[in-house]
Write a new protein. Structure first.
Length: 215
């Protein structure tokens, strides 16, 4: 389902988001421990998403909760960015815990600046796959779905994290070069927020909130 002129597409130079398989936006806010929640129009929320992605001082302080999309609720902000070293372990554990509570939880990072791609797919408390193109050594699980199909097309029978970095295969394969973007994986596994609209239409409100701090 696409958006209308009154509902601009969600995008940012660096787009990080969490996807949870539930339509209960309030339960997501509670589960994440978000504070100071306030409603924002769709247009204002989209604008804020890009602003927060460019915030060099406090990029992890604010998140935006999207109205339900086809059975999923998305929460957007660098706070959920797998490639940010200070966030990786925390959001990985968080996603695992959320998948135990809701059944499925996923993390994605997509760069329009060719800075890499990342995703984490968790179900029922178990991580099926984590891939961070900038940090192959942090990969977990086995490639599947579109990632596996494209690896096969490149003649890579194993996992990209096991390739010799100096090999021809390694130089040929990267998530961004192989047409395997986070948005591509999200399209197959849950929701691609750059192309989808809220279930309730373009006038739906987003929720802006303060992300919790962690040690």
């Amino acid at each position: 389902m696409g958006t209308s002129d009154s509902a601009p597409l969600i995008r940012a130079c660096w787009l990080s988001w969490l996807a949870i398989e539930t339509v209960d936006q309030a339960e997501v806010v509670e589960a994440l421990g978000l504070a100071d929640a306030r409603e924002a129009t769709w247009a204002d929320g989209v604008e804020l998403i890009d602003e927060v992605a460019h915030d060099e001082e406090e990029p992890f302080s604010t998140v935006v909760v999207i109205p339900p999309m086809q059975g999923w609720t998305l929460v957007v902000g660098p706070y959920f960015g797998l490639p940010y070293p200070q966030q990786t372990a925390h959001v990985t554990d968080l996603c695992r815990e959320l998948s135990a509570r809701f059944g499925k939880a996923q993390l994605f990072f997509h760069s329009e600046q060719n800075d890499g791609e990342a995703w984490l797919i968790a179900e029922r408390g178990r991580i099926l796959r984590r891939w961070i193109s900038e940090y192959p050594a942090l990969a977990l699980g086995e490639p599947f779905g579109v990632e596996r199909r494209l690896l096969d097309a490149y003649g890579i029978t194993g996992k990209p994290e096991d390739l010799d970095p100096s090999s021809d295969l390694a130089s040929d394969w990267a998530a961004t070069w192989g047409d395997c973007w986070a948005t591509t994986v999200a399209e197959e596994c849950s929701i691609n927020p750059t192309t989808a609209a809220a279930d309730t239409g373009p006038i739906s409100s987003m929720v802006v909130a303060a992300a919790p701090t962690f040690e």
